[in-house]
Design a protein around this ligand. Structure first.
Ligand SMILES: [Zn+2]
Length: 187
């Protein structure tokens, strides 16, 4: 069985915003980059985020972090993956963010309607059946988004590699309203 069977079917018609002008999607991105660079001027920043904050969030396409949080270029580190899960690699990025690039605060953002809610660890099993190799990573699927945010906060707070763990806050972003809801820690 293909693991893609767990995911929503692709729409047969490209939605608004998909490639409209011929060429591949990547060609479209490259065209957009040329326009971006034409209007771009070097802001003269160094690599340290101005607001000294790292945001860990789901990769979900409906979550526009800069707009939703009023962020500007250079303000923050954004670390994203499927679910906004605090994996070892996210800890790696946070460690570099704090120890080499001066951030102090961590904001965790999960969201309503996350694709990980419809997956289970069976996804790994199905993958193994399909390709003959079990992935080393966990799917990190979840049922309770609030609990998942709490677990993520706990993983950040208890990491021995981080130097600043006193300002870690977690939120659920509502994809219907655009509002963040803060999750209180239970411990
Ligand atoms: Zn998600």
């Amino acid at each position: 069985m293909s693991t893609s069977a767990h995911l929503p079917a692709e729409p047969s018609v490209a939605p608004a915003g998909a490639a409209r002008t011929g060429g591949t999607v990547t060609d479209r991105l490259i065209d957009a980059n040329h326009q971006y660079a034409d209007a771009f001027s070097d802001p003269g920043m160094d690599a340290r985020p101005v607001l000294r904050v790292a945001v860990v969030a789901c990769m979900d396409a409906r979550l526009d972090l800069h707009s939703a949080l009023g962020l500007s270029l250079g303000d923050c580190h954004t670390i994203r993956n499927a679910g906004g899960v605090v994996t070892d690699d996210v800890i790696r990025s946070l460690t570099i963010s704090q120890r080499a690039l001066g951030t102090r605060s961590v904001v965790l953002i999960h969201h309503t309607g996350c694709g990980l809610e419809s997956l289970t660890e069976e996804f790994r099993h199905d993958l193994e059946m399909e390709v003959g190799q079990r992935p080393a990573w966990a799917v990190e699927s979840f049922r309770d988004v609030d609990q998942d945010v709490r677990q993520s906060m706990r993983r950040v707070r208890t990491s021995p590699f981080l130097v600043h763990t006193d300002d870690i806050r977690g939120f659920v972003f509502d994809v219907k309203t655009g509002l963040l809801r803060e999750i209180e820690t239970s411990d």
